[in-house]
Design a protein around this ligand. Structure first.
Ligand code: NAG
Ligand code: NAG
Ligand code: NAG
Ligand code: NAG
Length: 313
């Protein structure tokens, strides 16, 4: 418990030291737009008033990063955006997972996509799609041959990261926060209804996607590997998307302060906000073991489903 408090204190200190980091503690489109404010047009009217480059148009995505939340979806999209033939959507659209957005129709969705040239592919990312019951069917009815990208990391680590994000979000909104153990344990047993745990049952969600898409149309990016060494994972994505190899080692440099890779492209340097390893609280070892052993069977199911294993503990 003492080390947990120290971690929290460190987190709070970090918060005051780096207010920009807070933007990313929240979730939803507004926060994402703020995250990318320095990279992308500051507002929609700016885009509307300046005419689009000749020969470009807005097109529905050829590929979607469907999740998982806290898996490194922002990092993946930003890194893919290095590629000259990729046009990345600025914000999380939440078209297929939020009924009120889906009701607005495909034209509304298309309008949120960036202008792109015919030789480019449009990519959007919304981490909520992976765990949405309706997203697979809806995406399939838009384009049944779309290519899906799914970035995953150790599901137990993901639970803690999920908790940490919500923790910061609540702190920012002056809401009460709880120790992670209070959420993970109910009446002495693992609280398997805790949403963060539910989202880490990769087999449960994957089963739903495989009802609508063949496995070959889904590429899983190893989020743990992407963070430690981005290039090999990105080269696999280039091949999956039939893109010519354009992303190279010199597009990345390691930032010691951040402990994370930053991007160098088009003479610009930018560091990512997401998945860059914000310190996690230290979790009670007994509780963590309970969580890991609960997830183990789901992980084994998932490995069989996707015919591939990952070195999750
Ligand atoms: C949006 O962009 C336009 C054009 O650059 C600018 O005049 C306007 O003040 C901006 N609006 C907001 C809310 O930032
Ligand atoms: C559907 O997705 C595939 C794969 O990205 C793409 O080749 C095709 O053009 C898309 N179809 C439409 C109508 O966008
Ligand atoms: C490295 O990260 C630190 C801390 O986030 C940041 O202030 C600095 O600008 C970064 N340096 C480079 C060269 O990206
Ligand atoms: C960890 O949790 C278990 C029960 O869930 C409890 O018995 C134990 O005292 C806790 N350990 C610490 C160091 O707090």
């Amino acid at each position: 418990m003492a080390s947990f408090m120290v971690s929290l204190l460190l987190l709070v200190l970090q918060t005051y030291a780096a207010p920009s980091e807070l933007a990313e503690a929240g979730f939803g489109t507004a926060q994402d737009a703020r995250d990318l404010g320095s990279v992308l047009p500051a507002n929609a009217s700016e885009e509307a008033t300046s005419s689009p480059p000749p020969g470009t148009s807005k097109r529905t995505p050829h590929s979607i990063i469907i999740g998982v939340r806290k898996g490194g979806t922002r990092a993946l999209l930003e890194m893919l955006d290095i590629h000259p033939e990729v046009a990345a959507a600025a914000t999380e659209v939440h078209f297929f997972d939020w009924d009120e957005n889906y009701a607005k129709g495909l034209e509304w969705y298309r309008d949120l996509m960036p202008y792109s040239y015919p030789h480019q592919i449009t990519i959007e990312k919304t981490p909520g799609y992976f765990t949405s019951a309706l997203a697979p069917e809806r995406i399939c009815s838009m384009n049944s041959s779309i290519k899906l990208l799914l970035i995953l990391r150790d599901p137990a680590e993901r639970v803690i990261s999920d908790y940490t994000q919500v923790y910061f979000n609540r702190l920012e909104n002056h809401k009460p926060v709880q120790a992670i153990e209070n959420l993970l344990v109910r009446n002495g047993a693992l609280n398997v209804r805790y949403k963060a745990i539910q989202r880490s049952l990769y087999d449960v969600h994957m089963r739903n996607w495989l009802r609508h898409f063949p496995l070959e149309q889904m590429h899983i990016v190893n989020g743990d590997a992407l963070i430690h060494d981005p290039l090999p994972e990105l080269q696999k994505v280039e091949r999956f998307l039939n893109l010519p190899p354009r992303i190279v080692a010199s597009n990345f440099y390691f930032n010691q302060t951040k402990g994370f890779y930053c991007i160098r492209s088009d003479g610009r340097e930018r560091c990512l906000h997401e998945s860059k390893g914000r310190p996690h609280p230290s979790v009670n070892g007994t509780v963590l073991q309970q969580l890991r052993s609960y997830l183990r069977e789901h992980n084994q199911n998932f490995f069989r489903m996707v015919k591939r294993t990952f070195n999750w503990q």
